[in-house]
Write a protein that binds this ligand. Structure first.
Ligand code: ATP
Ligand code: MG
Length: 465
């Protein structure tokens, strides 16, 4: 009881003591229009339970922003003055996660709600400073962010003003310290504080700016955008696993194409997907990547499943083709050369992108199955159909057709073959086989390597198994 009472005093007084006047604006539901019923049941329950336990608790971040913009929030975050241990004690189905940023995952009404304790100002906290050797590295990147503080301090630790609105489910009011409400209405993305310092603290904020601008269809404010080009190399300093997570968020945001185009325009892709440069310089590669991203965006927007393995296989495909071609020109055999190229491309990318090994098998399967679509005789097409990753490899092959890399006719043939009954399939193969043999004879007289660069129509006749 005493602890909870102190908590109430603490959170109240810290708000008031920072400045004399009111430091925030309270916006009523008649103005912002978000009724309690629009909040997800899980986060509503978590916030109200914490409030009933004597803590302050609000729905924060992306969910409030998205609701104001009339979008469906992807997930809900709750911010509170309770410490992670105190949150743990209130909810049975909860666990503390994260190291750089400790927070609690609470399972409530089938939802996972992220509950974070108000963050404080790192540099001013002498007690913590004593216990930690350094808060930032030599580029200014924050290494720890586990200093707790008041609600106002928490607001200032957030990234953008539109992400710093607090919704109180008890009163249905929004608390706004930094004019985030106006920025939402004006569709303007403004970083909180001094832009360069904030990007140095966490270079991922530059990627978040691009992702949010694309996803929300809003403009990055000039001051917020200005330092991005110069600071882009700081991304090289971000741990690869974090980059990978952020990259996935961007690619699966439903607005990946717009975001990737903007990343390039702002020079941000170097630290992220260096290979994008190489790929986008090749006309076929650019066409293919655009199609793949468009396709992914459509799937995300239709709530269809998307696989990181598929996407990475696609993003790196033209790199594989280029390396494969080099090996073929050096006189290596087709299939071993392909496998060698796959390994080389993936390991070169892995160190930077931290593509987890669990995606390897699908990436390798999709790539190594591609030449097998050329074989339209005998039992091979049947064996291909039975492959556990057939569907992914088939979708991939269709995108190659669409991009002009291989003949559209191959995609059409497989579309029919895949959906046909067995008798019709046999008939299709019978029809195909003499022509197939003729084509095979012709294609044997050319080095397969030429086909990769030479263009779409030729490579459709290639059989590698
Ligand atoms: P979405 O969930 O739609 O991707 P979001 O803004 O909710 O967008 P989260 O990663 O869920 O993104 O983060 C929740 C909130 O935490 C943000 O709205 C922001 O206030 C804060 N936040 C997230 N990442 C950072 C960061 N790198 N620096 C400062 N604050 C951040
Ligand atoms: Mg969120």
């Amino acid at each position: 009881m005493i602890r909870k009472f102190l908590h109430r005093i603490f959170s109240f007084s810290s708000n008031e003591s920072v400045t004399a006047g009111p430091v925030f604006r309270t916006i009523g539901s008649e103005q912002h229009g978000i009724a309690r019923s629009r909040i997800s049941p899980g986060s509503l329950k978590v916030a109200t339970t914490l409030q009933q336990a004597g803590y302050s608790a609000y729905v924060v971040g992306g969910a409030v922003r998205d609701l104001l913009l009339g979008l469906k929030p992807k997930d809900y975050d709750v911010a509170t003055n309770a410490t992670p241990e105190e949150v743990r004690a209130v909810f049975r189905h909860s666990r503390i996660i994260g190291r750089r940023f400790r927070l609690v995952h609470v399972i409530s009404r089938g939802e996972t709600v992220e509950v974070s304790t108000f963050r404080g100002k790192v540099s001013d906290n002498a007690a913590v400073a004593k216990n930690m050797r350094a808060h930032t590295d030599e580029t200014g990147r924050l290494l720890h962010d586990n200093v707790f503080g008041s609600q106002e301090e928490d607001v200032r630790r957030r990234d953008f003003t539109i992400n710093a609105l607090f919704y109180d489910p008890g009163t249905e009011e929004i608390i706004d310290y930094l004019n985030g409400f106006e920025d939402v209405k004006a569709k303007r993305l403004c970083i909180i504080g001094e832009p360069e310092q904030r990007y140095r603290e966490d270079p991922v904020r530059m990627l978040r700016a691009v992702r949010l601008a694309a996803k929300l269809d809003i403009r990055i404010d000039d001051k917020t955008a200005a330092p991005i080009g110069d600071l882009a190399p700081l991304l090289l300093n971000v741990p690869p696993a974090r980059l990978f997570d952020e990259m996935l968020k961007l690619l699966f945001s439903g607005h990946a194409l717009a975001a990737v185009i903007d990343l390039r325009a702002r020079g941000l892709h170097h630290g992220l997907l260096p290979i994008l440069d190489v790929i986008l310089e090749q006309p076929l590669g650019e066409r293919f990547i655009s199609l793949v991203l468009k396709n992914t965006d459509e799937r995300v927007r239709q709530d269809k499943p998307v696989s990181p393995g598929f996407l990475f296989a696609a993003l790196l495909w033209h790199e594989v083709l280029a390396v494969w071609n080099t090996h073929l020109q050096a006189g290596e055999k087709t299939t071993p050369a392909l496998h060698k190229s796959m390994g080389e491309v993936l390991s070169a990318q892995r160190s930077r992108l931290a593509i987890p090994h669990r995606h390897d098998s699908i990436i390798y399967d999709i790539w190594s199955m591609q030449p097998r679509f050329q074989a339209r005789a005998g039992r091979k097409p049947f064996r291909l159909l039975e492959h556990p990753h057939f569907s992914a490899a088939y979708d991939f092959m269709l995108l190659r057709c669409k991009s002009g890399e291989i003949d559209e006719e191959l995609g059409q043939w497989w579309q029919i073959f895949k959906d046909a009954d067995n008798a019709s399939r046999e008939a299709m193969l019978l029809q195909e086989s003499p022509a197939g043999r003729r084509r095979k004879r012709r294609s044997r007289s050319k080095p397969a390597g030429e086909k990769v660069e030479a263009g779409p129509a030729e490579s459709a006749d290639q059989e590698i198994s």
